[in-house]
Design a protein around this ligand. Structure first.
Ligand code: AMP
Ligand code: MG
Length: 320
């Protein structure tokens, strides 16, 4: 956990319009004062993020939600009280104090309370809501360690708080619970099963084309620099001495790969999610020509892992 003096200084940087990267339980966020349009604009610039991709606003406590946005639908409030702090992002109406750049012009806002004491301490000390998307360049791998932020964004960030590896390792689940039935806009670290147990039946909206409501759901996203392909098992080694990498769920393939990452020898999808981006960052750094990845069981947080792998693979399909 980052030292307390570090948090106080970082909070002052936020209040002054600067950018602070900080750990949450999901991935590292790139934060700016959500009340300050100029500060929010710096997030888009630092990430090379298209202006149509709205940011998630972070609060210190569930009780801060209605202070910021006024009354919310009962189903939204119920999910907030049930799962915050935690990896659930909720859609609410954008209040007038939040400048439209934060929501990419939408009249709705995405908001959550992170389950990481230092992140909540930072937001509380800043005394303002903090807009923070993942602290990576647009479309690339999400950062689960401070080193990933530094190597990806470097000098574009004023302060990086180092809290070590993040616990969940995968982004929040985004839910629009304003209508008669909750809609999952992005699969994430809060398992669908837990959401359904609390909220009843939900629908899951797969990534759509056109202006995305949730660009984390763009077909091509979360991509390593190395071409990634989803495979159902090891493939014979090609000729020419190519070095290939393999991302396995629980066991390494017998042969044919120069570098292998095993996500969870014990077969636990939650552990696999926690290690996913870190393993992909390492495979990217290993100098392999191609990454083969196998899907994990389609259950719990495993759904979000497979979602990220499919989008990473789609990036490379789209690139041809
Ligand atoms: P990131 O933290 O980089 O994954 O980005 C935040 C995610 O939250 C993106 O996929 C956003 O599109 C999504 N998001 C932010 N605001 C909204 C909103 N008002 N409605 C739907 N999704 C949103
Ligand atoms: Mg992101």
């Amino acid at each position: 956990m980052p030292a307390e003096s570090g948090i106080a200084e970082a909070a002052a940087v936020l209040r002054a319009g600067g950018l602070v990267a900080f750990p949450t339980e999901t991935v590292y966020g790139l934060g700016a004062n959500a009340l300050d349009a100029r500060a929010a604009a710096r997030i888009f610039q630092a990430k090379a993020r298209p202006s149509f991709d709205p940011l998630i606003t972070h609060l210190a406590d569930a009780a801060d939600l209605e202070k910021l946005v006024g009354a919310v639908p009962a189903a939204v409030a119920a999910l907030a009280w049930r799962f915050w702090p935690g990896p659930l992002t909720l859609i609410v109406d954008r209040p007038a104090v939040i400048p439209p750049i934060v929501t990419s012009g939408l009249d709705t806002m995405a908001v959550r309370v992170p389950d990481e004491p230092s992140a909540r301490a930072l937001v509380r000390a800043a005394g303002v809501p903090v807009a923070a998307p993942s602290a990576n360049r647009f479309g690339q791998l999400s950062p689960t360690r401070a080193e990933h932020v530094v190597s990806g964004l470097g000098a574009a960030v004023d302060v990086v708080l180092d809290g070590g590896a993040t616990r969940c390792g995968i982004e929040s689940t985004i839910v629009d619970a304003r209508g008669p039935q909750p809609v999952v806009l992005r699969l994430g670290a809060l398992a669908l099963e837990e959401l359904v147990a609390a909220a009843g039946p939900v629908s899951v909206r797969p990534g759509s084309s056109g202006q995305p409501v949730a660009p984390g759901t763009l077909a091509a996203h979360y991509a390593p620099r190395t071409p990634l392909r989803l495979v159902s098992g090891a493939e014979p080694a090609p000729g020419g001495g190519e070095r290939r990498g393999f991302l396995a769920f629980r066991a390494a393939p017998a042969a044919g790969y120069a570098v292998v990452e095993v996500l969870s020898p014990g077969g636990d999808v939650t552990e696999a999610a926690a290690r996913l981006f870190d393993a992909l960052h390492r495979l990217d750094a290993a100098g392999v020509t191609e990454i083969h990845a196998e899907a994990v069981p389609e259950e719990g947080v495993g759904r979000a892992v497979n979602d990220r792998l499919r989008r990473a693979a789609a990036t490379w399909n789209a690139a041809g």
